[in-house]
Write a protein that binds this ligand. Structure first.
Ligand code: ADP
Ligand code: ASP
Ligand code: MG
Length: 404
């Protein structure tokens, strides 16, 4: 007998029919003799609707109440799935985050899981009950509902698998696994059989939303093998696992893109020590994460300072930066929402030179201008005009031989 954690995403839970399909799959695994903990997301589109409501009510929704609101979608899903299983004759029980409890910090909308108390779950599992846990949510020290950031149900699932020392952690989604790039924008994308935590972490943080970043961090920290697969067929998917020798032989293993970043530029900033910190500190104080940063070569004692922030935090970031710009006597603040970040990722890049050149040449050949660049040991990212996103992804997919 094994302990299996399965997670079903929004599309897989997207209608009553699909919830029935999930119930059947869960029942099948249970009937095979396994203990089961099932994590589910809100039905597709529901979380977006709740976010839109918050933004309609006010410009800067209160963080605590925002989480109370957006956590609601998962409450619906767990109840429906548990009802469905019970009507099929199974023992099932739904759990909200605070009922587990899944303890988090108080960083609303991007809370981190700190501890999971498995006592109640263990008791229920012993009695043969199938546990249906709401993904994406937890509870902080003060008892307030928290959420883990968009796509956070993946993290709930991996964290539960780690806490319960589950034998299997399966993430069921609407694609067959992790592909060389988003199969929904590149028809030549290929399924990857095995991928290292490190590469998956980069792909996820660079926009491949098939797994939430934190879920991969958890998996890597607690050595949880994560099997990403489709809820619509029986195919084996992708194993996200520890690095092995074969993996490093691959130069570029995947291409990711992110359209949800916005560029903010502070023009003609006096070029003197401490300026970067002065611009960025108020943003980090507001818990806004800045991604790419570029500072131009200074001309006549002033320079332009450009960075990107998540689209969801754009309004707040712009307001804060405008205030700073005045305080430091910068000329003006410009912003551009029509940008996207395209990245290549691969363990093999550690030991090969010339990858950047190949990437930049391929983009140039298509007339795609590179606005910002950032690199790490196993990735290169560029910011380009958003209208070129798909083209850039396809060109890079071809030039690095992933389409073969
Ligand atoms: P779920 O609702 O099941 O959590 P998501 O929509 O969050 O599903 O994630 C699955 C989606 O991730 C796919 O439909 C696909 O469009 C997208 N995606 C982006 N990059 C990749 C990739 N490299 N491999 C597979 N899917 C990807
Ligand atoms: N329902 C949440 C979201 O849409 C969490 C998830 O789907 O993983 O972001
Ligand atoms: Mg998801």
């Amino acid at each position: 007998m094994a302990l299996v954690v399965q997670k079903y995403g929004g599309t897989s839970m997207g209608s009553v029919e699909r919830i029935r399909n999930v119930a059947k799959r869960v029942a099948k695994t249970y009937d095979a003799g396994n203990d089961m903990v099932v994590v589910v997301s809100a039905m597709s589109g529901e979380t977006n609707k709740l976010v839109a409501l918050a933004n309609e009510v006010c410009e800067f929704p209160d963080n605590r109440e925002y989480d109370v609101l957006v956590a609601a979608g998962e409450q619906v899903s767990i109840a429906l799935l548990a009802m469905c299983l019970k009507s099929m004759g199974y023992k099932a029980k739904s759990y909200l985050g605070f009922q587990v409890p899944i303890q988090t910090d108080s960083a609303y909308a991007k809370a981190r899981i700190e501890k999971i108390d498995d006592a109640k779950m263990r008791t229920d599992l012993k009695e043969g009950t199938i546990l249906i846990v709401a993904g994406f949510q937890g509870v902080d020290q003060s008892g307030s509902v928290t959420t883990l950031g968009r796509g956070g149900s993946d993290t709930s699932a991996v964290a539960l698998a780690a806490a319960l020392k589950a034998d299997v952690c399966e993430i069921f989604t609407d694609v067959d696994g992790v592909y060389t790039t988003d199969p929904n924008i590149c028809k030549d994308a290929k399924k990857i059989e095995r991928i290292s935590y490190e590469e998956m972490l980069e792909l996820a943080s660079l926009g491949a939303k098939v797994l939430q970043i934190r879920s991969v961090e958890f998996a890597s920290k607690y050595n949880v093998d994560v099997h990403v697969r489709s809820s619509f067929n029986e195919n084996l998917g992708t194993m996200v696992t520890k690095e092995d020798k074969d993996m490093e032989a691959v130069l570029v293993s995947g291409i990711a893109y992110a359209k949800d970043e916005v560029k903010i530029a502070v023009m003609q900033v006096p070029d003197k020590p401490g300026i970067a910190a002065q611009i960025l500190s108020p943003l980090s104080d507001a818990n806004i994460s800045v991604d790419m940063i570029v500072q131009n070569v200074s001309e006549a004692g002033s320079t332009d300072f450009t960075f990107t922030v998540p689209q969801a935090e754009f309004k707040k970031a712009l307001a804060i930066t405008q205030e700073t710009a005045q305080a430091i006597n910068a000329k003006e603040v410009l912003s551009d929402e029509n940008v996207s970040k395209v990245s290549i990722v691969g363990l093999g890049m550690r030991s090969h030179a010339g990858v950047a050149t190949t990437m930049f040449k391929a983009l140039a050949a298509e007339g795609i201008n590179i606005q910002m660049i950032s690199t790490s040991e196993i990735k290169i990212s560029v910011v380009v005009d958003a209208k070129y996103t798909e083209l850039a992804v396809r060109v890079l997919h071809d030039v690095f031989g992933l389409s073969k």
